[in-house]
Design a protein around this ligand. Sequence first.
Ligand code: PRP
Ligand code: URA
Length: 211
Amino acid sequence: MFAENVYIMEHPLVSHKLSILRDKNTSVKDFRELVSEIGMLITYEATRDLPLVTKTVETPLCTAEVPMLAGKKLAVVPILRAGLGLVDGILRMIPSARVGHIGMYRDEETLEPHTYFCKLPKDISEREVMVVDPMLATGGSAEAAITELKSRGCKAIKLVVLLAAPEGIERITDAHPDVSIYCGAVDEKLNERGYILPGLGDAGDRIFGTK
Ligand code: PRP
Ligand code: URA
């Protein structure tokens, strides 16, 4: 149905945790914790192809040749604000990752994305980049964020989202076919205001308790 570089998690833990996120009665505290946990689980899949090199270590018993991650570590770039909810979990998995920030908001009328902030590690073009955001709805925010990163020299980009609409996935696949998408689940459609249905509501408001 989607391009072959679109990976939809089909894992009971992810499905279960997403179902709790969807519940409008889930508290801000639980919502935040679940976003972080699901982010960790998707990161596990999204990092499956990281290159390894062989290093030598002395175990208590002998010398061993062991695999270690190769080269410069990843950069994680959350799309503000809601993407921030994923960062802690990802850094627990990849503690030496660098973190950039890109601020985007959707105009509520036109649904067009606007960039209001961008601060990235200096050597971002030498790193594999994970762009993270809980929601991929029309795809406008992620498309613009990825375009901005490419204009700053990023060559290897993955997009990690908790929930996507088919429209958002198609938009990224069309605009950035080189970007793999890792997604907790794909919902049915968008409503007339660009919200994912059944979805989980406004991810930023639910993470930060602003509504
Ligand atoms: C949400 C979400 C994505 C965007 C998705 O952010 O976190 O960034 O909408 O929608 P799109 O795919 O149609 O662009 P929002 O603009 O609500 O800002 P926020 O994170 O500050 O709440
Ligand atoms: N942004 C959100 O936070 N939720 C949606 O359903 C769509 C965009």
